[in-house]
Design a protein around this ligand. Structure first.
Ligand code: F0G
Length: 451
């Protein structure tokens, strides 16, 4: 870990410490809040460590043609903006990042927004955006000589951590809420060799427990309270800006769970702006599931000055989180960029997910809250037709195949959840049909299919 170029800055009381001084739970000893990585050299105009925007843009593009693993990673390609390691030669990478930005043709048309895109973070090596953060924090863990790493998870963090730990040759411990994570994700943790503890509690309970465990044993905590995770997770902001020729979109819409990702993307865009790589920030909006919406409530009831934990319920299990750790950081991002914080119902999530599926992209339910949220913002007149919008799709559709199959079979949602939306849902469902094994039966099925 390179302690000369970066320091940790407490988000609550402003205390500054060296990276090596961080507590095992990454909480500030003075106020209990979380840290952000800060690069003091960047603040000095013409300072030796201040990156040069023109040179960086050229260098980052050139690296796309390189055959070096560190250059082919969509995180480490931008390493000048995350100088956290002593040596980039030993990064733990699976060639994460460099994910596609797709035009959403059907949704564009339906919503009357020409420039509507999906940044598909589900196209990362383990199928979620967590890989971009894991390569960064796992590389720090390895450099610092840890043997064990650990996380509490709703599934994707554990899948990513297990893969990167295996690549790094480290052991890993996963705490998950029993019966509450998607099979695809659990299978990944098993496959990559994690020690997986299923516990009779929720995600928030798992994280609370793990915080105690890491204080008693030399285990490196890899939840997004670890500020180095967020350094990796800020890089999709760089990719988005680069894809638009260093003109940022008007809106970026992100799902909200533990709220690390929205914080990280906000930090990424803020740094690009402060360093003069882009002229402005996009509005960043966070969408939660209505049954797991503590940040939405915090905005409504306390102007985001306090957050009361909720008992979380949603089928979008990735964001079934009632006491998000990074809520203050995310609230600041929304406020500073003029974005919104809103929630969407279970039926709205399911419909949006099916619509993203019908674009040939697919995503997991938690990712679909972005399109559901966009529809609401558009209906409220908060997003104009000429504006450019990027939805951040956080996970791959195969992560939670049960959810998709149940939707198409009509067994996902309860009657009271779909009241008034029956026709819309029926138009999206594509259940498999049992057909006789004859050409005539197959052709008859084609005739009967609607588009
Ligand atoms: N989307 C997906 C697919 C996720 O897995 C998560 C979080 C989020 C969105 C929310 O991101 O927490 O940074 O606000 N999953 C974590 C996990 C909590 O354990 O895999 P966030």
């Amino acid at each position: 870990m390179n302690d000369t170029l970066h320091q940790l800055h407490c988000f609550g009381c402003g205390a500054r410490i060296a990276g090596a001084e961080a507590q095992p739970d990454f909480r500030c000893v003075h106020c209990g809040d979380l840290f952000e990585v800060e690069y003091p050299g960047w603040g000095k105009r013409d300072g030796h460590d201040r990156p040069n925007p023109g040179a960086l843009k050229w260098l980052w593009r050139e690296r796309r043609c390189s055959s070096e693993a560190v250059d082919r990673s969509g995180v480490w390609r931008f390493r000048e903006l995350l100088p956290i390691l002593d040596s980039f030669g030993d990064v733990v990478t699976l060639r994460e990042g460099n994910t596609p930005l797709y035009h959403l043709k059907r949704a564009s048309k339906a919503l009357g927004i020409d420039q509507l895109y999906a940044k598909h973070q589900g196209m990362n090596p383990t199928g979620s955006f967590k890989d971009t953060g894991m390569t960064a924090a796992m590389s720090v863990a390895k450099e610092r000589g840890f043997e064990w790493v650990a996380c509490a998870s709703t599934g994707n963090t554990s899948a990513a951590m297990a893969a990167y730990a295996a690549r790094a040759g480290l052991r890993c411990l996963v705490l998950i809420p029993e019966g509450k994570i998607a099979w695809g994700k659990l299978s990944q943790a098993m496959d990559y060799g994690a020690v997986t503890c299923q516990m009779p509690t929720d995600f928030d309970g798992c994280l609370r427990l793990l915080t105690q465990v890491v204080k008693e044993a030399p285990i490196y905590l890899l939840n997004s309270v670890n500020p180095y995770r967020l350094e990796g997770q800020k890089t999709p902001a760089f990719e988005i800006a680069e894809a638009f020729g260093w003109n940022v979109p008007d809106h970026v819409i992100v799902p909200g769970g533990n709220l690390g990702n929205s914080s990280a993307l906000g930090k990424g865009f803020r740094e690009l702006h402060e360093l003069g790589l882009v002229a402005r920030m996009p509005r960043i909006s966070v969408v939660q599931a209505a049954g797991a919406n503590p940040l939405v409530r915090s905005f409504k009831e306390h102007h985001a000055t306090a957050l009361e934990p909720v008992e979380a319920h949603t089928r979008a299990s990735a964001i079934r989180i009632g006491n998000p750790a990074s809520w203050r950081k995310a609230a600041r991002v929304i406020q500073d960029t003029g974005g919104w914080c809103l929630d969407v119902s279970e039926a709205e999530i399911a419909i949006a997910k099916a619509e993203i599926g019908a674009e040939g992209l697919g995503c997991e339910p938690a990712s679909a809250v972005t399109l559901a949220g966009l529809k609401k913002l558009r209906a409220q007149g908060k997003i104009a037709s000429g504006e450019t919008v990027v939805l951040v799709l956080t996970g791959h559709t195969l992560k939670d195949a049960d959810y998709t199959i149940n939707f198409h079979r009509g067994t996902l949602l309860k009657e009271d959840e779909i009241a008034g939306l029956e026709a819309e849902i029926a138009g999206l469902r594509r259940d498999a049909v049992a057909v006789d094994a004859t050409p005539a039966a197959v052709l008859a099925t084609l005739k009967g299919s609607v588009r």
